[in-house]
Design a protein around this ligand. Structure first.
Ligand SMILES: [Zn+2]
Length: 298
């Protein structure tokens, strides 16, 4: 019987296709000889992070080194609880990993294809392209896609930022591609807007793409309404409201009033009063502050 019960955890390498089973806890990842999954190259600490039980209870991914940068689902974190039957994307140095715990990791592995990647087009809400990652990056950069565009290997429920992928593969990309430094932090990088995101009266303070008030999305409140193609299956559902209560609040599919609104492009929650204060001269500076804190909050 597994020490983890009926859920078996595995780590999939999205660049090589290697899949490693988590056979013991803690499961250490890093560049050290003794770790359970050995990673190399820049940005990898000897003991980088581990899948472990914290305080004997909460199961999750924990950062092991103060210098280490552990980017889970696009956010730099110290710790994150891991739930079964959920894909997590983990970026360590130039290693693009997926984590999942489920009854049959082999079945999960079988439906993943690290050689075929797509990008998520927020305008069409669809995955586009089916190319090796380096080719997808090359054509996406040529077409001017934002570094915060999400790219996913076939079969994965969680992706990575185009900027992260382009940074990791920069040696294989054309010399006239935007410098990798522009991609170091997708949330602060100068956005290169897709053509259909350049018009609209409003500007998102996170991704800086434009949209009109009518395109704003609402964030569902009921706990069972989850899943977003950009933010992942844990995120509350974003939707365009068709029903409102007498106070003008959007209602989700369970009839609960929703007060949070989100950007239709990057799907991040917009700051309180966003629609009311957008014309204030203070807006730009305040929103920049908000955007950087929102990045940490997820
Ligand atoms: Zn946005």
């Amino acid at each position: 019987m597994s020490i983890l019960g009926k859920v078996h955890w595995a780590v999939f390498d999205c660049l090589t296709g290697d899949c490693t089973r988590v056979e013991r806890l803690p499961f250490e990842l890093g560049s050290d000889e003794g770790v359970d999954l050995r990673l190399n190259g820049p940005g990898v600490s000897p003991k980088h992070c581990a899948i472990a039980k914290v305080q004997g209870r909460t199961f999750g991914l924990i950062r092991r080194d103060e210098q280490a940068v552990m980017t889970l689902n696009g956010h730099s974190l110290d710790f994150h609880e891991l739930l079964p039957n959920t894909d997590y994307s983990l970026l360590i140095g130039n290693h693009f990993l997926l984590l999942r715990g489920c009854a049959k990791p082999d079945d999960w592995r079988a439906q993943l294809d690290h050689t075929v990647w797509s990008l998520f087009n927020p305008a069409t809400q669809a995955l586009e392209g089916a190319l090796p990652l380096v080719d997808l990056c090359r054509s996406a950069l040529r077409e001017g896609w934002s570094p915060t565009t999400v790219v996913v290997p076939r079969g994965a429920g969680m992706g990575f930022y185009l900027g992260q992928a382009a940074g990791a593969l920069r040696e294989q990309l054309p010399a006239d591609a935007p410098p990798a430094d522009d991609f170091a932090d997708p949330a602060t990088a100068a956005p290169v807007a897709p053509a259909d995101s350049q018009h609209g009266a409003l500007t998102c303070p996170v991704c800086w793409l434009h949209f009109d008030a009518g395109d704003v999305m609402h964030v569902a409140v009921h706990d069972s309404l989850r899943g977003d193609p950009v933010l992942g299956q844990d995120a509350p559902l974003r939707f365009q409201a068709t029903q409102f209560n007498e106070r003008g609040q959007a209602l989700d599919a369970f009839g609960l009033p929703c007060t949070d609104i989100a950007c239709p492009h990057c799907r991040r929650v917009l700051p309180p009063g966003f629609l009311a204060t957008r014309s204030s001269p203070q807006w730009s500076g305040a929103s920049r502050c908000w955007a950087s804190s929102a990045r940490c909050r997820g």
